[in-house]
Design a protein around this ligand. Structure first.
Ligand code: ATP
Length: 249
């Protein structure tokens, strides 16, 4: 048994654990109610993907690790679902690639920003950005445009899991290299990503960390090769093919 009252041998264990964490996130004021809907959409895609990291997603996760290691200023963006599902894992990834963590909410309230920052600190984060909100992403309305000047605004590579399509497009427009984690291979966020990771965040984040640790001593040339060998269109197509034509058995 883990933090949910379901045995790990249960065939839907991972999915039930995920739901439980999102529910808890809502109770703690970390996750919004819209986050519950996003979770439901994600679950449907994950079910059709076979609830596993498909090989093309694993390649995307390796390319994501290489991008984060090569970056001058990598930032990991965290929203209410990400904070509820993988707080410790995000802190571990930030340590592995020397990235900053920034809270970035679609429905921003100071209360929820604080609750998420506190939750991340309880899971080991030293510094959490996003509260200064002293810069803007051009092209978005006021609340959704808020970012930190020395965080996402200055970043060259951003990891944006479960990001809203408008903001993902606006970040790409600013010239950021975006790594998007999203189970929908056709979401607008996935479509604008330099590295689309079509996988459940609960598998994707630890796997990016594992790849980053493996690549920690790689030369910039080797990291660049990893990135150049990765084909984002092929990754999106492969995930969509798996969802539409996959064999559920
Ligand atoms: P877009 O604007 O990018 O087209 P959307 O606004 O329609 O997408 P939302 O309803 O906000 O999308 O849902 C957020 C996205 O997050 C969905 O595409 C969903 O598949 C994805 N998602 C939800 N839970 C997870 C998860 N645990 N791991 C990865 N992706 C997830």
């Amino acid at each position: 048994m883990s933090d949910v009252d379901v045995p790990e041998s249960h065939p839907r264990y991972e999915s039930l654990l995920t739901r439980h964490r999102i529910e808890e996130g809502v109770e703690k004021g970390i996750t919004s109610r819209q986050g519950l809907i996003a979770q439901g959409r994600g679950e449907a895609f994950d079910y059709l993907l076979g609830e596993e990291t498909i090989p093309s997603a694993d390649r995307a996760e390796r390319a994501a690790a290489a991008q984060l290691l090569l970056a001058e200023k990598p930032v990991l963006s965290v929203n209410g679902n990400v904070a509820a599902l993988v707080p410790k894992e995000i802190v571990e990834l930030a340590e592995a690639v020397d990235a900053d963590i920034e809270v970035n909410l679609f429905n921003r309230t100071e209360q929820r920003m604080e609750a998420i920052a506190t939750h991340l600190r309880e899971h080991g984060a030293d510094e959490v950005k996003g509260l200064a909100a002293d810069a803007r992403i051009p092209g978005l309305d006021h609340e959704r445009a808020k970012v930190d000047a020395d965080g996402i605004r200055a970043a060259d590579v951003v990891l944006v899991p479960l990001e809203d399509g408008d903001r993902a497009a606006a970040l790409a427009e600013m010239g950021k290299t975006e790594i998007v984690i999203d189970l929908n291979p056709r979401s607008r966020s996935t479509e604008v990503a330099a590295v689309p990771v079509v996988d459940n965040i609960i598998r994707a984040v630890p796997n990016i960390t594992r790849h980053a640790r493996e690549l920690a001593d790689a030369t910039p040339e080797t990291l660049t090769e990893q990135i150049e060998h990765f084909d984002p269109d092929e990754a999106r197509r492969d995930a969509e093919h798996r969802i539409r034509d996959g064999d559920l058995a």
